[in-house]
Design a protein around this ligand. Structure first.
Ligand code: R5P
Length: 327
């Protein structure tokens, strides 16, 4: 790590993010903070720090992925633990922010859970937040704390620029209108044409891709989304793209949530390559699609952000010439 004193910096990992935190620490050339999360027989958790954090600049990395509620509670317990151990500043690094999709009242008598989670994190003792490709950028404003909202776009762009020769006649496709801005930014950096899919969500796991705005005939299609959850969105989009003459379909998404029918859909679908990041650890359930799966690490990106925050340097400089976060 250049220009940085690691002396007062401590980085801890929640159970969901141990591998990613190792990669962050490898980028920074430092060891991970020593701590344990202990689960009691009834499911309660306790975090025990095995080193002194008094007066230190502390970071805790936890994705609130599956099991979402367990990881969220572990995060809150971590914050309380660091605060009571007299850390000077506590930054929560949330590579994948669960509950982000419940960000507004889209019908009567429902909660805004993204705001509730922001309130909980604040009340538990966070001083600042680092997030990556939030489902909606306005979630930053749900926190009355500094939030650094990073984008994994530079990581994807580096990968696709290195593989550009294998993607002739490129068309970047936004799988829904919410991602158009990101897709436009990708076109600016990779070249090619832009197309947009009009989708209709029927339920939490069922989606219909209804129409394509633009032509994909004989094109190598690159589809970008922030999250692949049940894979309904990208698999039905891929079906429509194939029906409309796409030659090859590559999909990319920051957060591989991959729940419910996702693996079955991807295994039997038209997507030939799936590129995701390590914001969420993948298990053996992805074995049926392993041969077409590429996992890129956001560890160096998050490590660089931590280095800059620790040194009071600009984090936004990390995003020059990228598509930036969604919306
Ligand atoms: C929706 O707005 C998001 O960007 C994703 O397209 C969505 O969360 C993906 O969900 P699924 O994989 O279940 O269709």
């Amino acid at each position: 790590m250049t220009n940085t004193s690691n002396r007062d910096l401590k980085i801890f990992a929640g159970r969901s993010s141990a591998g990613l935190t190792e990669r962050i620490c490898a980028h920074l050339g430092m060891a991970m903070g020593q701590a344990r999360t202990i689960a009691f027989p009834d499911g309660e958790v306790l975090v025990k720090l095995d080193e002194d954090v008094r007066g230190r600049d502390c970071y805790v990395v936890i994705s609130t992925c599956q099991p979402v509620n367990d990881n969220l509670v572990e995060l809150l317990v971590y914050l309380d633990c660091l605060r009571r151990a007299s850390a000077a500043r506590i930054t929560v690094v949330i590579p994948y922010f669960g509950y982000a999709r419940q960000d507004r009242k889209d019908e009567g008598r429902v909660p805004i859970t993204a705001k509730l989670v922001a309130n909980l994190i604040t009340a538990a003792g966070a001083d600042r937040v680092v997030a990556l490709d939030l489902h909606a950028a306005q979630i930053q404003g749900f926190f009355d704390l500094p939030v650094d909202h990073l984008s994994a776009t530079p990581v994807f762009i580096e990968h696709f620029l290195a593989n550009k020769a294998a993607m002739p006649d490129l068309c970047v496709v936004s799988p829904d209108v919410g991602n158009v801005k990101v897709a436009e930014g990708i076109v600016n950096m990779l070249g090619g044409e832009l197309a947009i899919i009009h989708k209709r969500r029927l339920s939490g796991s069922s989606v219909v891709a209804q129409a394509i705005i633009g032509s994909v005939e004989n094109k190598t299609v690159l589809m970008f989304d922030d999250i692949i959850s049940t894979a309904g969105t990208i698999c039905d989009a891929a079906r429509l793209l194939k029906e409309n003459g796409a030659r090859e379909i590559i999909a990319a998404a920051t957060h591989p949530v991959l729940v419910g029918p996702a693996i079955e859909r991807l295994a039997s679908g038209a997507i030939s390559r799936l590129v995701v990041t390590d914001t969420i650890p993948l298990g053996s359930n992805v074995d049926p699609i392993r041969d077409r799966l590429v996992v890129l690490s956001v560890g160096p990106l998050l490590g660089e952000a931590i280095r800059r925050i620790h040194n009071n340097q600009s984090v936004s400089a990390l995003f020059k010439q990228t598509a930036g976060p969604k919306r």
